[in-house]
Every structure is written in structure tokens, then in C-alpha cells.
Design a binder for this molecule. Structure first.
Ligand code: DOR
Ligand code: ZN
Length: 341
């Protein structure tokens, strides 16, 4: 079986910097727009830094097998001023809020959400999207996302026309919350959260390459994510949260959170929708484009489903510096990208 789909819009990805960035862009095939997260080692806090980071990404893409359009973000901290938002508007399309200490490079994140209200007011004013990592600091890890819903509720009532994306949701509670929210509030969903539960992280053995934030939850939560994605709800769209870390930073006593999914997401999404082109296009391209007001995608990719023959098994690169998520131990993908158009 062969299908041709629009190139994907990934509305949440970590590209990193330095050698890791070079490697990551070399593994990204089949993307049109990619929303680039700002939690780099030196975080992206101002428009000038976002501009420099974008130029750096574009330079790396010159030697990559495929190119995408990087969409830049700024990290909103308790120190972000309205002026910083207005100045950055030419180069960024969204502001990202990390709760303090909840994930990679978030030591400068937010503890007191009222302190970012001046920045949020400026964002509402210029119709800039707010991306929220939805975990409440200080709560038990499995309850952080649900507890965060009171924070988003408060932000929504203070800034009723602010466009908000609750990122990489993992719970039934978040699905239900976003469903009943108004049209300016949406959520992203990752391939790994459609695939894993907490059992796949700690159920039998400790699986550091399945560890991410927010951590995968229970079977009912995964079912709620799968159902809402299958239902074709337009306010739930793809954001891979592809988050590479070197193997040594995962396989150790204080392992980093993050799963590297950018190379495998096109194949895994095609499998999730069993090759249904319209459904793939909607979830992985059109819904995100509509919410973020992106230009329509013209480029396509063609994928072929693996027929099971041992001679041409599609596999991710197994010997790279970062483990690539496939959902199995053999690095096998259900589909292969055969060419770009
Ligand atoms: O697992 C994660 N890794 N979740 C995040 O929110 C950040 C990411 C990273 O940057 O490594
Ligand atoms: Zn992320």
C-alpha cells in the first residue's frame, strides 16, 4: 500500500544546538512547518536570540537531506516584559511557558503565574499564541497535569481572546477540558503518548528511552487521547515534542526526560490512521495550520507500508547518538518514506 500525504506540521519540537542540532535536522524528513521550542542550553528569551537561532537552524539545513520551515518561539519567564513581546513579534509566532523545574532546562520557569500576566496581556493584544507545558509544580507527578487545569482556567478567564495551546497532553481530564473549551484553546498530542502507558516506562523494567515529561499515564488516559485523535476533533493536532538526549544522558542515574520521535512520527502516524490520507492530513497538518494561521502546505511525501518481507524492513538508524522511538525494540517502522514531491 502506498499513500501520498501532505508534509507534516509539527507544532512542538526540540531541535537543540551544536552537533545535536546538526544530527537532528539530518534525521527530519517529511516536515513542512516545525514549531521550535526555546529551552536550549542558553534559553531563547528575546527576539534577537530567536532570530539568531533561526539563522543557525537554516544554516544547518543546507546540508540536510530535507528541509522544513522553522517557526520560532520565545520562553516566557517571570522576567518577560510586554516590550520584549512586542519587539519579538516579527520573528516569533508563539511564547512558551515552562513550569519551574518540571523538565529539561526549566530552572528559569514560572512559579507564580500572575507574574507573567503583563506578558500574556501583550500576547493577547497582538494575537500571539501561548504554549503551555501543563504541569503544576509541587504536585505528585501523575497528578500534575490535572492540577494544572486550574491555572489554564484562570489564564483563560483573564485573557479570553488569547490563543492557547496546552502542549503534549496525557490525561483524559485534559482531553475533556480542551473539548469543552472555546475555539481559541487547543492541545497538541505526541506519537509516544498515543503509544505508551506508564507500564511501558516502569511496569516491567525501567525504560529510560520511554521517559518524558509529562510522563505517560494510565490505559484510560491513552484511550481518551486515541479516541479524540481518531474522532478528528480540529483542536487536537500533532506536536511531536521530539526531544533528543544523548544515550548517556538517558541511561544513567539522573536521566533526562525526552523521547526522540521526529524521524519516526510520519510512519507511526500513518499506521495510527491505517493509511487514511484525509485523517492523516487533518491531524498532522491542517488542524495545526488552521490554529496557528500557517500558509497551506504544497509539498507532499509518499509512504509505503511494509509488507512484512524480511529483505526490505524499514528501520530507523540504530547506531546514532540518540535512540529513536519506534514503539518496539527492533527499530522497525511500519511505513517507509519513499520520496518527496
Ligand atoms: O520530556 C520532555 N523533554 N518534556 C519536555 O517538556 C521537554 C523535553 C526536553 O526538552 O527534553
Ligand atoms: Zn517539549
Amino acid at each position: 500500500m502506498r499513500i501520498t500525504v501532505k508534509k507534516f506540521n509539527d507544532m512542538h519540537a526540540h531541535l537543540r544546538e551544536g552537533e545535536m542540532l546538526t544530527y537532528v535536522v539530518s534525521e527530519m524528513i517529511g516536515y513542512d512547518h516545525v514549531l521550535v521550542m526555546p529551552n536550549t542550553r542558553d534559553p531563547i528569551l528575546e527576539g534577537g536570540q530567536a532570530r539568531a537561532y533561526k539563522a543557525y537552524i537554516e544554516k544547518e539545513q543546507k546540508s540536510a537531506p530535507d528541509t522544513f520551515c522553522p517557526l520560532m518561539t520565545l520562553q516566557i519567564t517571570e522576567q518577560t516584559t510586554p516590550d520584549m513581546i512586542y519587539t519579538a513579534r516579527e520573528v516569533i509566532i508563539a511564547g512558551k511557558v515552562y513550569p519551574r523545574g518540571m523538565t529539561t532546562n526549566s530552572g528559569n520557569g514560572v512559579l507564580d503565574y500572575s507574574k507573567i500576566y503583563p506578558a500574556l496581556s501583550a500576547m493577547e493584544d497582538i494575537d500571539m499564541v501561548l504554549c503551555l507545558h501543563g504541569e503544576k509544580p509541587g504536585e505528585f507527578c501523575l497528578e500534575r497535569e490535572e492540577q494544572f487545569l486550574s491555572i489554564i482556567r484562570e489564564i483563560m478567564s483573564t485573557f479570553p481572546s488569547l490563543r492557547i495551546v496546552l502542549e503534549h497532553i496525557t490525561t483524559c481530564a485534559a482531553v475533556e477540558y480542551i473539548k469543552q473549551a472555546p475555539a481559541n484553546v487547543a492541545a497538541t498530542i505526541t506519537v509516544h503518548h498515543l503509544s505508551l502507558t506508564l507500564d511501558d516506562v516502569i511496569g516491567a523494567e525501567l525504560r529510560p528511552h520511554h521517559f518524558c515529561k509529562p510522563v505517560a499515564k494510565c490505559y484510560g488516559d491513552r484511550e481518551a487521547l486515541r479516541n479524540v485523535v481518531r474522532s478528528g476533533h480540529p483542536r487536537f493536532f500533532l506536536g511531536t515534542d521530539s526531544a533528543p538526549h544523548l544515550r548517556g544522558k538517558k541511561e544513567c542515574s539522573h536521566g533526562c526526560a525526552g523521547i526522540f520521535t521526529a524521524p519516526s512520527t510520519p510512519a507511526l502516524i500513518c499506521e495510527f490512521f491505517q493509511g487514511d490520507v484525509e485523517k492523516i492530513n487533518r491531524f498532522a497538518n491542517e488542524f495545526g495550520a488552521a490554529f496557528y494561521h500557517l500558509s497551506p502546505t504544497k509539498a507532499h511525501i509518499t509512504l509505503e507500508r511494509w509488507d512484512g518481507s524480511p529483505n526490505n524492513t524499514p528501520r530507523v538508524r540504530m547506531d546514532g547518538p540518540v535512540e529513536i522511538f519506534t514503539g518496539n525494540d527492533d527499530g522497525i517502522l511500519p511505513w517507509r518514506i519513499i520520496h518527496d514531491e
